[in-house]
Design a protein around this ligand. Structure first.
Ligand SMILES: NC(=O)c1ccc[n+]([C@@H]2O[C@H](COP(=O)([O-])OP(=O)(O)OC[C@H]3O[C@@H](n4cnc5c(N)ncnc54)[C@H](OP(=O)(O)O)[C@@H]3O)[C@@H](O)[C@H]2O)c1
Length: 221
């Protein structure tokens, strides 16, 4: 059965997945880029840009886990870029250039309809206005038996977590404090939803934590 997986999602020590005031020059919000320090030098991340010289080791191993058996992605509209409200025109196609690093269908949650966009390298952006369940259904169909990766941002992951729909989530807790921004887990009763910590490993740059959802009695029967 297709799983919904979160990988390489970075949070600060005080729990923020993005800093405040996101804009074009601060895509992770002010101060938020510090969250990504553990991943940006890894081989897996550098390979996205055709560079083979990145670091290997535990941080890279966790980054690499996110690329196997993924047949579709789901994103929130803010992760697609800094434009808010109605789309003024069709010129904005995400911050990743003509060949985004997805190479699958990508379902973007938004309240503002827009036609799908085909990009180079097999990425197609679809804009879903009917909510998280419809986006997951469409992504699962597009994934054709592979898993669906939930890329973020924070509000989007929070909705799928709160609905108990995330099967597995890798968090990288970075040794920085943000103080404000988008908080990932506040108010979500993870154990009540059936989540438990199934793995934790610390490196110099991050503490990696994997949360997994226990199979419900219905799923086991
Ligand atoms: N820490 C990490 O590893 C990580 C990973 C990915 C992203 N990020 C960061 O997270 C930030 C973005 O997160 P965010 O929490 O601000 O926003 P987000 O989850 O990317 O997007 C939220 C927006 O998506 C639309 N949306 C979400 N759920 C919807 C629903 N059920 N129905 C219809 N539309 C829906 C709404 O936009 P509209 O109403 O405008 O359409 C909403 O304002 C960025 O700074 C990004 O860089 C961090």
């Amino acid at each position: 059965m297709s799983k919904l997986r979160v990988h390489a999602f970075s949070i600060s020590l005080d729990g923020y997945g993005a800093g405040p005031n996101q804009d074009l020059s601060n895509p992770f919000g002010v101060g938020g880029m510090a969250l990504t320090e553990w991943v940006v030098h890894t081989r897996t991340f550098q390979q996205l840009f055709g560079d083979e010289s990145g670091t290997t080791g535990i941080d890279d191993d966790f980054a690499a886990r996110g690329s196997g058996n993924i047949g579709a992605w789901i994103l929130g509209r803010n992760m697609f870029g800094p434009i808010r409200g109605s789309w003024l025109d069709d010129s904005w196609k995400g911050p990743w250039g003509e060949n985004p690093p997805y190479h699958t269908s990508v379902f973007i949650l938004t309240n503002h309809p827009r036609a799908s966009i085909s990009m180079e390298g097999g990425t197609t952006f679809h804009f879903v206005t009917e909510g998280i369940h419809v986006a997951l259904k469409q992504a699962t169909e597009a994934a054709k038996g592979q898993d669906v990766r939930l890329g973020g941002g924070v509000a989007t992951v929070r909705q799928y977590l709160s609905a108990g729909l995330v099967d597995e989530m890798h968090l990288a807790v970075s040794p920085v404090l943000l103080g404000s921004g988008e908080h990932l887990l506040a108010g979500i009763d993870l154990p009540g939803l059936g989540y438990q910590c199934t793995e934790h490993v610390a490196t110099v740059k991050a503490t990696h934590v994997v949360l997994s959802k226990r199979a419900s009695s219905k799923e086991l029967s």
